[in-house]
Write a protein that binds this ligand. Sequence first.
Ligand code: ZN
Ligand code: ZN
Length: 241
Amino acid sequence: MYCLLCHNPIDQIISWEHLFLSSPVHPEICKICSSKLEEIYGEQCRICSRPFSKLPTEFQNKDICHDCYRWEQDVEWTGTLTRNISIFDYNDFLKELLAQFKFRGDHEIVKAFTTHVQSKFKQMFHQKSLPFIVPIPLSPERLYERGFNQANSLAQLLNVPIDNILTRIHTEKQSKKTRQERIHKQSPFHLIQLNDPQKYHNKPILLIDDIYTTGTTLRQAAKALTPLSPKAIYSLTLARS
Ligand SMILES: [Zn+2]
Ligand SMILES: [Zn+2]
């Protein structure tokens, strides 16, 4: 078996450490690659999972970060996104991996995250109240350019049905805009015509995307889903930048 990231052979021996400390075994990637990924842990923002260890205290408001505080203060956005869970810190190693995955089309890379994505999902949701899975869509133009939607590839790792119920129109890159411009411009997301919209009523929805940066994309997508009156809208993202 070879590491999906560096292609070196993986030591298959399961150590005592794994058996007794129940630390997860990640057979998709080698120990060296695994050690370069920084899992988010410890105290973090209750809404966006930003680690507080890297955030100066003046940007914290009790259990939420300053950004989330501003979102929640804005009546138009209060409670739109119940909670985002990010798995890794967006460090240089992950940045490079995601660039390889998204822009250079190395689609196999996504499989390296299978164990992490699945176990985070199990931690977040109980078997009895599984959410509807909605990957953040790409615009048709971007999808054509890239050949696949990275959010959809991540969602497929869960091996559960996927509800592609959002569409996205082509817009400029959000990161080039100021916060005010981002918030006040029209959302690029639209809900598709559904035959059975009532099935989402009072049920949880889980948005999937690769990165949580400003939180604008996920909140706009969440807002497009609110006519379905879901119980809550969560998001699972691979990285928190
Ligand atoms: Zn490796
Ligand atoms: Zn936050």
